[in-house]
Ligand binder design. Structure first.
Ligand code: F6P
Length: 505
């Protein structure tokens, strides 16, 4: 693949001549009508070679639902995406990629350590996932979070056209809506939280709870995955930010004590790119790859599959425990059943993630050491990330999908598995603590803390009849086909565009 001139990586360290710089800048408008803001830009670095065989660094679109959902809209509207480009201490100039304008935000090594690894992933992440791990509260991390949120807000304020729509994504950027409103009251501002929002009783722990709520209340519309998340946020806004609630509208007080603005909080469950997954699932090369995967594992009667970022919220330990007990009591035999566990590397510099990796890998080693034979393996553990083509081949190869999250905003893997099973075969074991369980009601729903209940559900999935499997999968596929990711973004943006009639009754 050759990298087009406009997409080549340009950093302040790279040799860029003055004429090149002005040509590059001229390609980029500074006033956009639609802007998306997220911690990461929707592209990853890639290295390619040009016709003369010289290596060139460029960009390729990142995999993932959000990018798939928003990229087409960015190319149709006069839009730009603001985010971090992934390399600390490096200045990357605005650039163009696949008809999208991208505005990089620079982060220092210190910002990454304190804002991203610290406050975002060791304070907010565990707190918002119901303190499964203990959140750490450090004032230095909070200072960095404020500083970096300001950087993102400044970048948007500089580039947004008069009256533009700005859509801020996720927990790393909760202060951006208010900062933007202060700098640019003309903007229409939406925020979407991809992860759960905790109950006020848990949220109360956060020393900076009021500032976070005020940050979010700078938006016109705050979107969540589940109605319960929206309700938790609304209750916290009342309790800790002095807002009043009328007919599901949040009335925010102005400096004079009167109602200055109305904010709406609502659920918009995210989904997946159904057409893309369906097309891949019907691709003969991918179907052949699925057959190959089964054969490489010795064609066991049942393949069970777990696909997660290696994160303590995903319930990987609970899943392994249930699987081990089923092997131990002989309900499953290593000759008949193999668990493929894909655990993609994540946040590896954060302590809790390092500890989890050690624990999971120790447990997998113990289970395999105990139950493997020369021919058969109990767990095929893969600490890798795979492209979507390989993921779909795994979905096609697996008879049973295990999603046992202890807490999860949505869980798109569950939706991808069901979508890939175009012949309505297979079985999904799904945690009731994943947002996806609101939509995928015909899954075998489990409380992953209840190991006996989890074991029962796994055995039910292993032994499910073709008829029952078809009934459940068909209903779930219909739900997902009717609510794909394009519906999600269209629903959110049309709600954001609505004029709000203030209800003072
Ligand atoms: O689910 C929240 C989220 O931030 C996703 O948007 C992202 O795909 C995932 O967590 C991992 O994020 P990161 O590697 O940027 O911490």
């Amino acid at each position: 693949m050759q990298v087009p001139e406009s997409e080549k990586l340009r950093t302040s360290g790279a040799e860029e001549t003055a004429p090149e710089r002005s040509a590059n800048a001229a390609q980029h408008q500074s006033h956009y009508d639609f802007m998306v803001v997220s911690n990461r830009l929707p592209v990853d670095r890639c290295s390619t070679t040009d016709d003369a065989g010289n290596p060139t660094e460029g960009w390729r679109r990142s995999p993932g639902g959000l990018v798939t959902a928003l990229a087409p809209m960015m190319t149709k509207t006069d839009g730009a995406w603001v985010g971090w480009h992934g390399a600390p201490d490096e200045t990357v100039h605005p650039f163009h990629h696949e008809r999208m304008d991208l505005v990089p935000v620079q982060l220092s090594t210190d910002d990454v350590e304190h804002y991203y690894e610290g406050f975002s992933n060791a304070t907010l992440w565990p707190l918002y996932h119901d303190v499964i791990a203990k959140p750490e509260y450090h004032r230095t991390w909070w200072d960095a979070y404020r500083k970096v949120n300001k950087k993102f807000a400044d970048a948007v304020a500089r580039h947004a056209a008069q009256g533009a729509t700005v859509w801020v994504q996720d927990y790393q950027l909760q202060l951006v809506p208010r900062l933007l409103r202060q700098a640019r009251p003309d903007l229409r501002i939406g925020f979407f939280n991809h992860i759960p929002f905790p109950s006020p009783e848990i949220f109360a722990q956060l020393p900076w709870r009021q500032s976070i709520l005020e940050g979010l209340l700078g938006a016109d519309l705050v979107g969540f995955q589940r109605p319960s998340d929206a309700a938790n946020f609304t209750r916290s806004a009342r309790r800790f930010a002095g807002a009043t609630i009328k007919q599901q509208q949040i009335h925010v007080k102005g400096p004079d004590g009167g109602v200055s603005r109305v904010v709406r909080a609502q659920a918009f469950p995210i989904s997946i790119a159904v057409d893309q997954i369906t097309k891949l699932a019907k691709d003969p090369a991918i179907i052949e790859r699925a057959r190959q995967i089964r054969e490489d594992l010795g064609n066991p009667r049942t393949i069970l599959l777990g696909v997660d970022r290696l994160d303590y919220t995903k319930g990987i330990r609970h899943r392994l425990k249930a699987f081990e007990e089923l092997l131990d009591e002989g309900s499953l035999k290593v000759e008949d059943a193999t668990l493929i566990q894909v655990a993609s590397p994540s946040r590896e510099r954060v302590e809790q993630y390092r500890l989890l990796r050690e624990e999971v890998e120790g447990t997998v080693g113990h289970i395999n050491g105990t139950y493997d034979t020369i021919q058969n393996t109990a767990i095929r553990y893969l600490h890798h990330s795979y492209p979507i083509e390989e993921m779909v081949a795994l979905y096609l190869a697996a008879d049973v999908m295990l999603v046992t999250a202890l807490r999860d905003g949505m869980n798109l893997v569950a939706k991808e598995y069901v979508t890939a099973r175009t012949e309505d075969t297979g079985a999904l074991v799904l945690s009731e603590f994943a947002g996806a369980s609101d939509q995928l009601k015909q899954a075998l729903l489990v409380n992953p803390h209840d190991i006996d209940g989890l074991k029962d559900a796994i055995m039910k999935a292993v032994d499910i009849s073709a008829r029952e499997s078809r009934r459940r999968m068909k209903a779930m596929r219909k739900q997902i086909l009717d609510h794909d990711v394009d519906h999600w973004s269209a629903d959110f943006l049309s709600a954001l565009a609505e004029k709000v009639v203030r209800d003072d009754s």
